[in-house]
Design a protein around this ligand. Structure first.
Ligand code: PLP
Length: 293
């Protein structure tokens, strides 16, 4: 697709089963202002979102994204999104995406201060060209997340398992990684366990076994990691969840950061120490991730 597309949504109750929900959608000019100045998404980052990869007009892994949207909304005490309505909105946006890779974003915010309903919208836009990074990989640094592995359970108000709009910390971590001469970061708990990257999940390979940090509240459960695991298991490979220490990462035989739009990128170095890579395997993962899922 060559330009952006935006759809404002009037959120409906989960019990609303009307036909195609078209009467709840308004196409707006994506280059013009569309939000009220009282909008809590912009004032406080108070809302949740999803980014869905689109390949040749096919939105990938829509159901896992919708399930995570609902999960994030629940953690944030937002009204449950009517997933049938969002499914239609995704189809409407996907229909605007032409050949090549695009990204559809779903945003559900707490709405306007003192307003009656959440604000909801969907956008579609061309995806950045990630061909080179998929081929070349990323150098990462480990960054202290500032809390221990038990924080998510102990302090649910930190919303650690929700994909909230408050990504300023994640963006700051990426800037810090660049200041340290790397391309990306992997968060590590204060007690030494690896979590995830600021915008991606981590998968490591240790011998014949693939491992990813268990999504027990402290990190997002990545839709791409789930999809990669399904793919690995179909090939008879062992793919598990676990508690990974920073030294497990350093000793890994290979590692990848995986996410919906950039897809799979090999980790080529951790804190300056080279990490073995498998270019052929990474290419096969990306071929799978680019196929209709
Ligand atoms: N973890 C974080 C913090 C993310 O922001 C993302 C994606 O943006 C992911 C993991 C990967 O999730 P997904 O594979 O669903 O894109």
């Amino acid at each position: 697709m060559s330009s952006r597309f935006a759809l404002m949504i009037v959120p409906t109750d989960v019990s609303d089963e009307r036909g195609d929900f078209a009467d709840t959608f308004t196409v707006v000019d994506a280059s013009a202002p569309a939000l009220s100045v009282g909008e809590l998404s912009t004032q406080r980052g108070d809302g949740v979102f999803e980014s869905i990869g689109v390949v040749d007009g096919h939105a990938q892994e829509v159901e896992p994204h919708l399930q995570r949207l609902a999960h994030s909304a629940k953690l944030c005490d937002l009204p449950a999104p009517n997933l049938a309505q969002w499914r239609h909105a995704v189809s409407r946006a996907a229909a605007e995406c032409g050949p090549g890779e695009s990204v559809i974003k779903l945003i559900l915010s707490r709405g306007v201060e003192h307003g009656p309903t959440p604000t909801a919208w969907v956008t579609a836009a061309p995806a950045p060209d990630f061909t080179a990074v998929r081929r070349n990989g990323v150098r990462v640094v480990t960054l202290d997340r500032g809390y221990d592995l038990g924080a998510a359970e102990r302090a649910p108000w930190l919303l650690l398992g929700a994909k909230t709009l408050s990504y300023a910390v994640n963006m700051a971590a990426l800037r810090e990684a660049r200041r340290r001469g790397a391309d990306d970061a992997i968060f590590v708990t204060s007690d030494g366990y690896v979590l995830e990257a600021p915008t991606a999940s981590l998968i490591i390979r240790s011998g014949d076994r693939f491992l990813t940090p268990a999504p027990s509240g402290g990190i997002l459960h990545g839709t791409t990691q789930l999809s990669v695991y399904e793919h690995l298991e179909k090939q008879g490979l062992q793919a598990d969840y676990g508690t990974l220490s920073a030294s497990d990462l350093a000793k890994a035989d290979a590692a990848w950061l995986v996410s919906s739009v950039r897809l799979a990128v090999a980790v080529t170095a951790v804190d300056g120490a080279p990490m073995p890579t498998d270019a052929e395997f990474t290419a096969s993962l990306n071929a799978y991730l680019l196929s209709p899922r």
